[in-house]
Design a protein around this ligand. Structure first.
Ligand code: FES
Length: 146
């Protein structure tokens, strides 16, 4: 069994601090040049599955660029919104029993027909996404009506 000397301990500590310091400098530089694989907000329509995957009253979450989107089959057809709550950016969910889109963080409630705030602290409606259906395939993109 070997015993570490004070000199070795100080040397080891210095090397650990040097490695941590280099990492703190290198990681942001690498992250800056590393290409992001996900678009912030896609400009082209994004496939969101098939219409038969969302029966009336049901919903589905899909990825929309870096953020989740929520699709709900409402009485007025399939509606899509950014699932990011307009309060503090929690991810909203569909509550089938209530028939509302709900933010679990601070009890924000949204109308699935237009994304408007029903109650709670969110300051504005969910961002509506445009829904296009082509041969049973759903596509979503920015520019929906709220
Ligand atoms: S983050 Fe959604 S209600 Fe606060």
């Amino acid at each position: 069994m070997s015993i570490i000397t004070r000199k070795d301990f100080l040397k080891l500590t210095r090397n650990v601090f040097a490695a941590v310091g280099l990492s703190a400098l290198a990681v942001p530089v690498i992250a800056f040049f590393y290409p992001s694989e996900l678009e912030e907000v896609p400009t082209d329509p994004v496939p969101a599955g098939k219409t038969d995957e969302i029966p009336p009253g049901k919903s589905k979450m899909v990825q929309f660029g870096r953020y989740p989107a929520i699709l709900v089959h409402t009485s007025e057809g399939i509606k899509a919104y950014s699932a990011v709550c307009t309060h503090f950016a929690c991810v909203t969910k569909w509550n089938e029993e209530l028939g509302q889109i709900v933010c679990p963080c601070h009890e924000g409630y949204f109308d699935p027909l237009d994304g408007s705030v029903i109650s709670g602290p969110p300051p504005s409606p969910l961002e509506a996404l445009q829904v296009t259906i082509d041969n049973g395939s759903i596509f979503i993109q920015v520019g929906g009506d709220s």
